[in-house]
Design a binder for this molecule. Structure first.
Ligand code: SF4
Length: 183
């Protein structure tokens, strides 16, 4: 019987379950199988992080920008859902397992690592016209999503250091190359 590789990597929830994303197309259709295959070929076991959006706002939510998630109760929610995972990470590390890092989702208001979606006026009741106007006013800016920020703080508080990666839906090949080189 083969031994276990004792290597683990964590993924943003929707990278394994695209149904958690806001209704629409599957932005990962070309990349999902390749990503999972690469990780499995390298003998990684995968832990799926809980999705902060679907566990707070459900399947029928609208698309949000980071400004809307930046409020205390939502930040507390992010910490609350991550804590059970954090304690598993600590236990694995304590017992000699290798946790290689977390793969986030670039551009997400929660899971963006270097890029997030911003829109200061994105609030209130919308009609088709105002929604289209607001869409034009959103922009991708450099910065971290709310979930990433809260996870980072908790990891630091518990003296856990993990590498962070992110999938950019527009350039998925970059992540594959990075993982191929580093894992
Ligand atoms: S919050 Fe994160 S896990 Fe959830 S759908 Fe958005 S990018 Fe995916």
């Amino acid at each position: 019987m083969a031994g276990r590789a004792r290597k683990i990597i964590l993924l943003s929830h929707c990278l394994l379950n695209v149904n958690s994303k806001v209704e629409g197309k599957n932005p990962y259709s070309s990349i999902q199988k390749e990503l999972v295959k690469l990780l499995m070929d390298k003998d990684y076991a995968i832990i799926q992080l809980p999705c902060p959006e679907i566990t707070h706002f459900g399947v029928r939510r609208w698309a949000h920008v980071r400004d809307q998630f930046d409020f205390p109760i939502f930040r507390r929610h992010c910490r609350k859902i991550f804590k059970p995972v954090l304690h598993q990470i600590e236990d694995y590390l304590h017992n000699g397992y290798d946790i290689s890092g977390i793969i986030w989702v670039e551009g997400s208001p929660c899971c963006g690592l270097n890029l997030v979606t911003k829109g200061e006026n994105w609030k209130g009741v919308q009609n088709e016209e105002s929604y289209a106007k607001l869409l034009k006013e959103t922009e991708k800016i450099k910065g971290k999503g709310i979930y990433v920020q809260e996870v980072e703080k908790l990891l630091e508080k518990h003296n856990v250091t993990l590498d962070f990666y992110a999938l950019n839906e527009k350039q998925p090949e970059l992540l594959l190359k990075e993982l191929e080189a580093k894992l």
